[in-house]
Structures are given as structure tokens and as C-alpha cells.
Design a protein. Structure first.
Length: 226
């Protein structure tokens, strides 16, 4: 993280974060009819791991938009070399991932963030969806959970893959919804890990994210619930 963000308490947004949040709340509210539910399920303070489905490059913005505390996302370190984007990422709590040392450097940074009281968001699908459906989760994030005493906060996004599909250069005016799900408590995560039931924990997390995504999709299309 940037030195500026390190000096701030982990539950406090810096000026860059607040400014972009204010601008995007208005823009996304008009262009994407953006709405979210149950953000109160995220704690006001303390570390945690957010697990979300991955629909578009908009996802980090959509997740952080309604929150009153910052979230640390992970991004390829090559993006930090892009002048304006790199400067922005360094001041918005983004954790760089090096493909050569993704299992060490980035995970140590994520662990340090959580232990310092920050929340880290991961997209375990590893790539964006083509059709909106939640894909299979890669188990890499389980190593992070085993090394921290934290809960899991599932998130479901719907509509973003229509607003900014793969290969698109322009943001389409499509409605987007985000649902923050019921957390999996730290005690439950610890119990799964201690008895070597990581596959079961992976399946449970996947189910919770799918449930959130379906709630978000049904919110977009109430007729589908009939």
C-alpha cells in the first residue's frame, strides 16, 4: 500500500478513495442504476476476507462503492507501471500480485493487511465470466484463511458482465446490483481448517457466493422469481 494509506487507520478511507467514491456514486447511479443490499453485514472495523464472483473490470469499484471503509483488492503488478493508473492504485490500497512470486509476496502483503485490521477482497474464479454464471473457484485463497483468524464475507454481483462485457471498450447502460451475503464466522472457518476440510470450506464459500449472485440477479429481474 501507499505510505499515505499505511498511516491511516484501516477503517478510514483516504481522500483519493472518498473523492472517486463520490464521483462514481453519482455516475454509476445514473448510468448503471447501481444499487446494493446488506452492506451492514460487513463489520465497521477489523480484518476480513471478501470473496466475490467476477463479472467485469468494474467489480472492485462496484464492491467498494457503498462502503464507509476501504477494501484492499489484488491486481497484477504490471498495472502499477501504467503512469496514471499506477498512481491511483498505490493510493487506493491495492495489493500488487507478481506472477513469479504470487504465492509469497502478495500473500504476505494480504496477511499483513488482514492482521492490521484491513479487509481484503479476492475473486477466486480467476477470470471474468462470459455469461454471468459463477464459475469454479480456485482454492488459492484457502492458504490465506489458514494463516489468519478471520471470517469470510461473500458477495454477489449481477449485471456487470452486461455493462462491461469481455472485449468491450465502452460502458453500456445496463443495471447492476450487488448483494453482501451472510458472513461465515472466523470460528467456522477455523474449524474447517483445523479438521482438514478445506474442500468443504471451498464448496461452502462457493455456495454462499452463488446465493448472493442469484439474489442480485433476481433483484434485477423480479419476474424470474415467479
Amino acid at each position: 500500500m501507499a505510505e499515505e494509506s499505511k498511516r491511516l487507520p484501516p477503517h478510514r478511507r483516504n481522500l483519493v478513495w472518498i473523492t472517486f467514491q463520490w464521483i462514481l456514486q453519482g455516475f454509476f447511479g445514473l448510468w448503471l442504476q447501481y444499487q446494493s443490499r446488506h452492506k451492514e453485514r460487513l463489520p465497521a472495523r477489523g480484518g476480513g476476507v471478501l470473496i466475490s464472483n467476477h463479472q467485469s473490470f468494474l467489480d472492485p469499484l462496484l464492491i467498494g462503492l457503498p462502503l464507509k471503509r476501504p477494501i484492499s483488492f489484488m491486481a497484477r503488478d504490471s498495472l502499477f507501471r501504467i503512469p496514471l493508473l499506477g498512481a491511483l492504485m498505490r493510493h487506493t490500497y491495492v495489493i500488487p500480485i507478481s506472477r513469479r512470486s504470487a504465492s509469497s509476496t502478495s500473500f504476505r502483503a494480504a496477511i499483513e493487511n488482514i492482521e492490521n485490521g484491513n479487509m481484503v477482497c479476492i475473486f477466486p474464479e480467476g477470470t471474468r465470466t462470459d455469461d454471468g454464471a459463477v464459475q469454479r473457484f480456485k482454492p488459492g485463497f484457502l492458504a490465506l484463511l489458514k494463516r489468519t483468524d478471520t471470517g469470510i464475507y461473500p458477495i454477489g454481483i449481477a449485471g456487470a458482465f452486461r455493462a462491461l462485457p469481455r472485449g468491450a471498450y465502452f460502458l453500456h447502460p445496463r443495471a447492476v446490483r450487488v448483494v453482501y451475503g451472510e458472513p461465515i464466522p472466523a470460528e467456522t472457518v477455523k474449524e474447517y481448517c483445523e479438521r482438514g476440510a478445506e474442500k468443504e470450506l471451498l464448496a461452502l464459500t462457493h455456495e454462499r457466493v452463488i446465493a448472493c449472485q442469484r439474489q442480485a440477479e433476481n433483484w434485477l429481474d423480479p419476474e424470474s422469481q415467479k
